[in-house]
Design a protein around this ligand. Structure first.
Ligand SMILES: NC(=O)c1ccc[n+]([C@@H]2O[C@H](COP(=O)([O-])OP(=O)(O)OC[C@H]3O[C@@H](n4cnc5c(N)ncnc54)[C@H](O)[C@@H]3O)[C@@H](O)[C@H]2O)c1
Length: 442
């Protein structure tokens, strides 16, 4: 029996066996029950995972920057080190992967790891194209009875996410009609950086470019502070998806968590004039989301870079909320940021008599530590709050919005087949072109 299977069956057996002493021989907290983790990206965001994964065996480290690799190796000296994540994932004892590499490699790593039977914690975003999100999600769905996944939208653990969901589901603003989320981060750039100098010896630049088309080296892509360097490359189409995959991944999650949403049936978008090199700063995208068993079909929107939804009242200045979400219902409006929320009842109706507050016992329990949730899931429960199914659909929708922006038309979408049905040329932008030698689903 493979170690991974053993860990899972041990946890299941433990759950059903009353005569076991209450010492933690099995299960998530058992001393011998440790994951063998590979950490990809050992500096920057990678460092934010050092503490969480140090409860486990960190057996492999990978970074394209050998100085950053050495930084990780100081913390985890027993781990084997790599500069190519493909070789790292082939290390036989690795059974779980935490990935903090640049966005244009995420879906690749996700698929390769799942295909090797490894659990995955993937920093957001899951992918930067519709196809990337779909393939990673499909791979997860194939493996969900044995592998745990989590996308790194750790703000999801803030209890306000639960409170917002409860208020929406319990009808505090009546029947839901429209929802939006927005973010004010602006990273304007004219185009890819011009060639400047040679990559330093410690940087494997060709591996950093990875599957994306080659662009000349410029130190500007690597000039950011630890944990913020993604802002130096994530607005270029070949390396990221701009604010959609940056703050959009967190802020749309605040809305998405309250919707039980499936893929949209349409998308339309407008913003800055299209630049083939750089994602737009100012952008708004609108989606039609099908009805489900507790709400009607809704319009869901994303605003960024100065585009903003209309405020429900002149004295509510939404611009003072840098990253927020708004839900409009038949009886009022709920406005939230990551940590707080307010309800603004509408002037007609809105008397709140229709709304029955939950008791304390009925509140959605806190998620706890977000990274720990994934670690526990790998050890048996397999349950995470932002798995590749939940987040994959959201990521696919956001990437589809970028396709609508590129073609400048309202597009109809068949989520079952993953095809745009009314604007044939849009289908070309659902995928990205990769350099020879790189396979998305390898
Ligand atoms: N969840 C959050 O709140 C949060 C915050 C910041 C960043 N992030 C995400 O984390 C990721 C990394 O962001 P960052 O700011 O640390 O970026 P970064 O450019 O500093 O990259 C992090 C590390 O990964 C290494 N790396 C990059 N590509 C690699 C590859 N193909 N193989 C191996 N190593 C590689 C880099 O050399 C660096 O050491 C991004 O996807 C970003 O979206 C998430």
């Amino acid at each position: 029996m493979k170690r991974r299977q053993f860990l899972k069956s041990a946890a299941v057996a433990g759950a059903g066996t009353l005569i076991l002493p209450r010492v933690k021989l099995f299960g998530a907290e058992a001393p011998g029950n440790k994951l063998n983790i590979a950490l990809l990206g050992t500096w920057g965001r990678g460092e934010a995972h050092f503490n969480a994964i140090s409860s486990e065996n960190v057996v492999a480290l990978c970074d394209v920057n050998e100085e950053h690799l050495a930084f990780g190796a100081k913390k985890f000296p027993k781990a084997r080190t790599y500069t190519d994540w493909r070789k790292c994932l082939d290390q036989k004892d690795v059974n779980a992967v935490v990935c903090c590499t640049a966005d244009h490699t995420h879906a690749f790593v996700a698929n390769w790891a799942l295909n090797r039977g490894q659990h995955v914690y993937m920093e957001k975003p899951l992918g930067i194209s519709v196809e990337e999100s779909r393939v990673a999600r499909a791979n997860y769905l194939k493996n969900k009875s044995k592998l745990a996944t989590q996308v790194g939208t750790q703000r999801h653990a803030i209890e306000n996410f639960n409170r917002v969901r409860e208020l929406i589901k319990d009808g505090a603003i009546g029947e839901l009609r429209e929802v939006c989320a927005w973010g004010n981060r602006q990273l304007p750039r004219p185009g890819y950086l011009p060639a400047e100098g040679e990559p330093p010896k410690h940087l494997h630049y060709d591996l950093w470019i990875g599957p994306s088309p080659m662009h000349p080296y410029n130190p500007g892509y690597f000039s950011g502070k630890s944990g913020m360097n993604c802002l130096q490359w994530n607005m270029y189409w070949d390396f990221g998806s701009g604010q959609v995959g940056d703050m959009g991944a967190h802020t749309m999650d605040l809305a998405w968590n309250a919707l039980d949403a499936d893929l949209p049936t349409s998308a339309e978008a407008k913003g800055d004039p299209f630049n083939p090199e750089v994602t737009p700063v100012k952008l708004e995208m609108h989606f039609e989301i099908p009805s489900n068993d507790w709400r009607p079909a809704i319009r869901l929107s994303w605003y960024q870079g100065g585009a903003m939804p209309e405020s429900p009242a002149p004295f509510i200045d939404l611009k003072r909320i840098g990253h927020g979400a708004m839900f409009e219902g038949t009886e009022g409006t709920l406005v939230a940021d990551f940590g707080s929320r307010m309800i603004f009842p509408s002037s007609k109706g809105g008397n709140m008599t229709y709304y029955k507050r939950r008791s304390k016992e009925e509140l959605i329990p806190p998620l706890g530590d977000f990274q720990k949730q994934w670690i526990n899931a790998c050890k048996g429960s397999l349950k995470t709050s932002c798995d590749f199914d939940y987040n994959g659909r959201m990521c696919e929708m956001m990437c589809l919005g970028l396709v609508a922006y590129r073609v400048g038309k309202k597009i109809s979408y068949d989520g079952r087949t993953g095809r745009v049905t009314n604007v044939p040329e849009a289908n070309e932008f659902l995928t990205r072109k990769y350099r020879p030698g790189w396979t998305l689903n390898g």
